[in-house]
Design a protein around this ligand. Structure first.
Ligand SMILES: [Zn+2]
Length: 116
């Protein structure tokens, strides 16, 4: 499949579909999965990022990206903020090495109070 033919098909789909309708995403998804031609470098990078997660293939990654595009920007930003904050601030407990928000987790504190 040549790139030109793929682009022509995409243009036909775009012209015959209301791009704000829920079906537009399905057509877009079918187009991308059929020809692996992304209309946006930003979408392609986001799909690659999701597809790097365990258990997430390219098809699922694209579905997630298109879902996020359809959300309000505020909802998507809350999603990305949650991941960014988690990654920046997560710690391992100094006592038991459990994943924690603090240097010493609540389990270690409670256990320390019982033992001491
Ligand atoms: Zn701990």
């Amino acid at each position: 499949m040549s790139v030109i033919k793929a682009v022509v098909i995409f243009i036909i789909i775009s012209l015959t579909t209301n791009l704000r309708s829920p079906n537009a995403n399905i057509y877009y998804q079918i187009f991308i999965l059929s020809y692996m031609q992304f209309s946006s470098k930003l979408i392609e990078e986001a799909v690659q990022a999701f597809a790097s997660l365990p258990g997430i293939g390219k098809k699922t990654a694209l579905r997630l990206v298109l879902h996020l595009i359809n959300q309000d920007k505020q909802v998507t930003e809350q999603f990305t903020d949650a991941i960014r904050n988690m990654r920046r601030n997560i710690l391992h407990c100094e006592v038991c090495y459990n994943i924690s928000d603090q240097n010493v987790c609540t389990i270690a504190v409670i256990y320390g109070e019982i033992v001491v």
